[in-house]
Design a protein around this ligand. Structure first.
Ligand code: PGA
Length: 244
């Protein structure tokens, strides 16, 4: 795993956007794997700026998002489809039909998950995948457990994740308890992975990830250690517990 430690959240966001910009300029038809949450907001802001000011062109790119809450339609303000529209898609020139966020209203998550993975394959596969990390080590909504899903499908949110995400909802009771999430296998098929982490709330899990030297389904992010091209881009606060 390559590691870039930055002084601040803004620098982390710029460093991640630098990698995305380089990859998109090299391959204008790049398939982007995208993430939601607080952490990637600055990266999207920076990509929007580069589109508006420097002509970074998304017109031939495609995108696939990691996950969506079960029960939320795309126009619900708490849905990840809405998040992506607000933070990125509405401000760049990607074709709407080329953007994919899992359908939180699907009636058959198993079939839908297979179809989603198949669509990714048929698009040529994800060239670059952006990831955040949960304070419990989850990647997308692959929560710590004895086993981890390989493909996309229905997952249960952990209590920790519900507590962490309650800040976006009226209260913890309003957070959906299930999601459609890309599986660890779907994620590990990406050509290149950028893992973001910011703030002291992530310091413990980043130190676990880097100091442990083992993979464990109890910290799903450790599976990223098996991928040949992962770059962790994090700020000093998130890195502060490493090597302690
Ligand atoms: P956050 O979430 O960016 O809001 O901290 C990260 C994640 O849960 O993957």
């Amino acid at each position: 795993m390559k590691i870039i430690v930055t002084k601040s959240y803004d620098e982390m966001s710029k460093a991640a956007a630098d990698v995305f910009e380089k990859e998109i300029r090299n391959n204008p038809e790049l398939v982007l794997g995208l993430a939601t949450g607080s952490t990637p907001v600055g990266t999207y802001r920076e990509l929007v700026r580069r589109h508006l000011e420097n002509g970074l062109d998304f017109s031939r790119t495609k995108s696939f998002n990691l996950d969506e809450y079960v029960g939320l339609s795309g126009d619900n303000p708490n849905s990840y489809r809405h998040f992506m529209d607000e933070h990125l898609f509405n401000h760049i020139n990607i074709e709407r039909e080329n953007t994919h966020v899992p359908d939180g209203l699907t009636e058959n998550p198993k079939e839908y998950g297979k179809k989603y993975d198949q669509m990714i394959l048929e698009s040529g596969g994800i060239g670059i995948q952006l990831l955040g990390i949960g304070s419990n080590g989850h990647i997308a909504f692959n929560e710590p457990d004895e086993e981890l899903p390989v493909g996309t499908g229905l997952v249960e949110l952990s209590e920790q994740t519900i507590a962490d995400n309650a800040r976006f909802f009226q209260s913890a009771e309003h957070v959906p308890t299930q999601a459609i999430s890309m599986g660890m296998g779907s994620i590990l098929k990406a050509g290149k992975i950028i893992l973001l982490a910011s703030g002291e709330g992530k310091a413990e899990v980043i130190s676990e990830l880097l100091n442990r030297g083992k993979v464990t389904s109890r910290i799903p992010a450790t599976f990223l250690l098996l991928h040949p091209d992962v770059t962790l881009v994090c700020d000093e606060e998130a890195y502060s517990e490493v090597n302690r």
